[in-house]
Structures are given as structure tokens and as C-alpha cells.
Design a binder for this molecule. Sequence first.
Ligand SMILES: CC(C)(COP(=O)(O)OP(=O)(O)OC[C@H]1O[C@@H](n2cnc3c(N)ncnc32)[C@H](O)[C@@H]1OP(=O)(O)O)[C@@H](O)C(=O)NCCC(=O)NCCS
Length: 221
Amino acid sequence: MKSFYVLNSDSVLVRQTVKSDIPEIVKLQEESFADLAKIGNIWHPHELQNHLEIFPEGQLVAELNGAIVGSATSLVVNLVPKYADHTWKEITGDGMLTTHTLKGDSLYGADISTHPKVRHKGIGHKLYQGRKDVAMKFNLKRMIAGGRLYNYCEYADRFSPLEYAHKVVNCEVHDLVLSFDLINGFNFIKILPNYLEDARSLNFASFIEWKNPHFNPIIEK
Ligand SMILES: CC(C)(COP(=O)(O)OP(=O)(O)OC[C@H]1O[C@@H](n2cnc3c(N)ncnc32)[C@H](O)[C@@H]1OP(=O)(O)O)[C@@H](O)C(=O)NCCC(=O)NCCS
């Protein structure tokens, strides 16, 4: 799919991950999640291998001039009730995607990242387009995720996480992750406390939801 964001959208290819990409994805993770890498909270090769075995269609990379510059990991879940509180570890089966089930109705975004050197060029947008294609292919009702409140640490002395998120929604404050999610058609639902051990968000995440406009309730699973 072409993107109006990237000056030359043909130069960025979003495709399904293959096994030989794993070392490059680990390197990308070290740089795009530099803060989480320090506490070992990034994908390890055995986890990425597992993701490919469990749900290959949900694993995407973005390639620019032959190099992997972005990646996104997804699984399908059935969240009951549909806005239930959860942690990253619970929903992803501690990163192994053992919670994945094609009987579920929601594509879940376990992570998304772009290399810091090529951010703000529409690569993340293209990865989200790729994920939306996956949600449509599997006729899923929606895509959901817990997005860490990336810039909350700069505002925590003034605002509660909910006040902060509302300021981002109202475009009074910019957040590297939530602003990007909103511009890609997600709605902010609520705050998820204790989502992920993360110094930037103080462990708070935004529960975000994108409804698949092409969902067909008549098609049986
Ligand atoms: C969140 C993240 C994936 C976004 O990736 P990205 O490739 O920069 O995303 P995009 O380029 O599509 O969009 C980012 C912004 O650039 C803007 N943009 C896109 N193309 C642009 C262009 N050609 N010119 C100017 N601005 C552009 C977008 O409108 C968006 O605006 P925003 O600042 O209001 O959000 C990236 O910042 C990242 O990897 N963050 C760290 C990892 C992380 O915490 N991930 C999320 C939790 S799992």
C-alpha cells in the first residue's frame, strides 16, 4: 500500500518477517528501545523464533534500502471483558505469544518500533497499515494495544496519567507514542497501570483501539 507520508513511499517495504531477519531485528530493538534494552526488556532470538512459529502473518518488518528499520509484533486475542485491564506480560504470554488464538476477535500490538535515525518519515504509519491489512485479512473486529506513555516522565509532577493522556488527545501535549497512535486512527480508551516495567512511562500505558471498518460479522470463524 502506498503512503502519502513517506516522500518516496516505494523505498519502504513492509513485509512479513522471515527467520533470517531475526539477528537484524534484535539489533534494531537494541537501538529503538535503548532504554528497555538496558533492563533486558526487548525481544530475544528464541522469542522472535516462537512468534514466527505461532503467528507468522502477524510479524512484520519495514525495509528501507534493504535494511530493516522497523518492526511490529502482533497476535490475536480474545479479551473478556473487551476493555479488561491487563499487563504486557499477561497478554503476550510473557513475550512468547502463547496467548495467541485465531478464535479471538482482536489483533493485539505487542510492540512497534522504528529506528531512531529514520523516525517521522511515515515508516511507523506503514507498519500500522500492514497491521490493519492483517486485521482485515483475518476479519478481526478491532486492533488494540497498550502503548507506553512515552513522555509521561516529563509531566508526572504536574498531571495524573489520565490527565496527561487527555492533554495528548486534545493536542495540548505531544507524546512520541500516543500522538502517533491517535494520528493512525486509534482511540484512547483508558489508562493501564503496571503495564510494563518502564522508566519513561512510570509503567503506565494507554489502552488504544482501532475498529476495523471492514469487519464482517456474518463470516464464521
Ligand atoms: C512510535 C514510533 C514507532 C513511531 O514511528 P515513526 O516511524 O516515527 O512513525 P511515523 O513517521 O509514521 O509518525 C511519527 C510522526 O511523524 C509524522 N510524519 C510522518 N511522515 C512525515 C513526513 N514525511 N514529514 C513530517 N512528519 C511526518 C507523523 O504525522 C507523526 O506525527 P506525530 O508526531 O504527531 O505522531 C517510533 O517513535 C518508535 O519506535 N518509538 C520508540 C519505540 C516505542 O516506544 N514504541 C511504542 C511502544 S511498543
